[in-house]
Design a protein around this ligand. Structure first.
Ligand code: NAP
Length: 493
């Protein structure tokens, strides 16, 4: 059912607009604010307090003050808070989905999918919180004892991007709570509303004051800069673009901060001639069009064996032509707008450069006129291997297709990127799957699957796609530090 304007207004009015510092929603210290827009209309939908450097410091003060007691809080208590928050988000799933559609543009059906996926990190880490085992052993010499325990890293700065407003926050906040860390969360200024509602839910679930502080604002560096120079901060976990991640790694070096970096991707989507082509097209649609192509895991380069390239491209373009762009709140919409005008211009520039270099627009290839920042779902055929569009993150609904002849060539083309986050492989040959997976330099491989993100799996990349993993058994380790206690031989006289 299409959403009424009254329902949208009531939901937006229920979202806190202040900074969350020490359990209280406050105005910015200088009274400053910033606007949040609906990318489907370009209209302002909310105005939030804009944190200053002083506010950021106050948030770290609160996180630091809460750290010692939070670290001593029993794991079961932390686990129960996460579990209650999971239940509350499930109860309010429609609110979270609509809010993401309003601020980010994704169709409601996809936003509902993100609520289910993002919320799962809370349930997963509520379960992990009570199974954070250390170990005890005797030294190889047979005398002294070794005791190893995990401790929370300490106050963390969590910086999230705009493309998955709930999941990018839960993927960090969940394990930080489970491990016993306090936090300063800085959401993206384009989509901060979901984090505001998420923080309100955590308070309702019983999270003590100061454990999570949320400081959105119009100037990211004036929020993160002063905190990262403060020796009370122990970790920065960032999800966003590689250039910003690189800068934050440099900044983190001064205080030798622990870092987790979930950065950009340039996912290859390999289709071999023995693949089930209809399943490959289905996978391609999911890997390319989830989130309008605005995902770090989005298939960015379709590498198709030359013998099946024509058939794959034709079927793929047919499926793309069947999509219906529109505002995400409309029932019929299957693809939303891009996040803003600049993002749309960047996508179009890559497309026009590829066409000038010899590519052919099999479908789409143009922005869509009217309100909002819509771009036509596009398939580009015969893309030359040196085209810029194959080297850069497209972050839009554009699928460049190029060809290979042999498995070796496919692997070489896939690896010819500075990025190494997600990759996709379509073949019915399991031996090939193992051969390619072993040689491909990517943190994640989708085998006959176009979407592989899951709270129980370690998400992350190699090369310039980042450091560390989120989710899975690895996720909590990013927020834990190991302490070794060496114990003298208890038999010694
Ligand atoms: P971005 O421009 O790098 O911004 C990400 C976050 O960093 C935002 O909160 C942003 O704040 C903040 N930021 C920007 N400049 C900063 C600075 N100098 N110091 C401190 N913080 C700063 O990326 P984005 O456009 O939001 O997101 C898209 C990118 O994220 C893509 O490259 C995508 O691949 C990547 N991504 C990676 C993953 C992954 O798990 N690997 C997941 C999702 C997205 P403002 O909003 O205020 O600018």
């Amino acid at each position: 059912m299409t959403i009424s304007p009254e329902r949208e207004a009531a939901l937006l009015a229920s979202v806190p607009t202040g900074l969350l510092i020490d359990g209280e929603w406050r105005d910015a210290s200088d009274g400053g604010t910033f606007d949040v827009h609906d990318p489907a209309t370009g209209k302002v939908i909310a105005t939030l307090a804009s944190a200053t450097s002083e506010d950021a410091k106050a948030a770290l003060d609160a996180a630091d003050a809460a750290q010692a007691e939070w670290a001593r809080t029993p794991a079961r208590v932390r686990s129960d808070i996460l579990r209650r928050a999971f239940d509350l988000i499930n109860e309010r799933a429609e609110d979270f989905a609509l809010l993401m559609t309003l601020e980010m543009g994704k169709p409601l059906a996809e936003a509902r999918g993100e609520v289910a996926y993002g919320n799962e990190f809370l349930r997963w880490f509520s379960e992990e919180a009570v199974r954070d085992y250390g170990r005890y052993l005797t030294t190889p010499e047979g005398k002294n004892k070794i005791l190893v325990q995990n401790k929370p890293v300490g106050p963390c700065l969590l910086i999230t991007p705009w493309n998955f407003p709930l999941a990018m926050a839960t993927r960090k906040v969940g394990p930080a709570i489970a491990a016993g860390c306090t936090m300063v969360l800085k959401p993206a200024k384009l989509t901060p509303l979901t984090s505001q509602l998420f923080a309100a839910v955590l308070l309702e679930a019983g999270l003590p004051a100061g454990v999570l502080n949320v400081v959105s604002g119009k100037s990211a560096s004036s929020i993160s800069g002063p905190i990262m120079k403060d020796s009370r901060l122990r970790k920065v976990s960032f999800t966003g673009s590689t250039p910003v991640g690189r800068q934050l790694l440099k900044d983190a070096a001064d205080n030798v901060l622990r870092t987790s970096m979930e950065l950009g991707g340039n996912a290859p989507f390999l289709v071999f001639e023995d693949a089930d082509l209809d399943k490959a097209v289905e996978g391609a649609m999911a890997a390319k069009m989830r989130n309008m192509g605005e995902a770090c895991t989005a298939a960015n380069r379709f590498l198709v064996q030359d013998t099946v390239a024509e058939e794959f491209t034709r079927k793929f373009a047919e499926a793309m032509r069947g999509l219906k762009p529109g505002r995400g709140t409309e029932d019929s919409t299957t693809v939303g707008p891009l996040i803003d005008g600049g993002a749309r211009d960047d996508v179009h520039q890559l497309v026009t450069a590829a066409i000038s270099a010899g590519a052919e627009a099999v479908c789409g290839g143009e922005p869509i006129d009217g309100d909002g920042y819509f771009y036509a779902p596009t398939v580009l055929g015969n893309v030359p291997n040196d085209a810029a569009i194959l080297g850069e993150e497209i972050f839009g609904p554009v699928a460049p297709v190029t060809t290979f002849k042999t498995e070796e060539e496919a692997i070489a083309l896939a690896n010819a990127s500075e990025y190494g986050l997600a990759s996709y492989l379509f073949t019915q040959d399991y031996a090939r799957m193992f051969r390619v997976a072993e040689q491909i330099e990517f943190g994640m491989v989708g085998f006959n699957a176009g979407v592989i993100s899951n709270a129980a799996a370690p998400f992350g990349g190699v090369k310039q796609s980042g450091l560390g993993r989120e989710g899975g058994a690895e996720g909590i380790a990013e927020y834990s530090t190991v302490q070794y206690i060496g114990i003298a031989d208890p038999y010694a006289k």
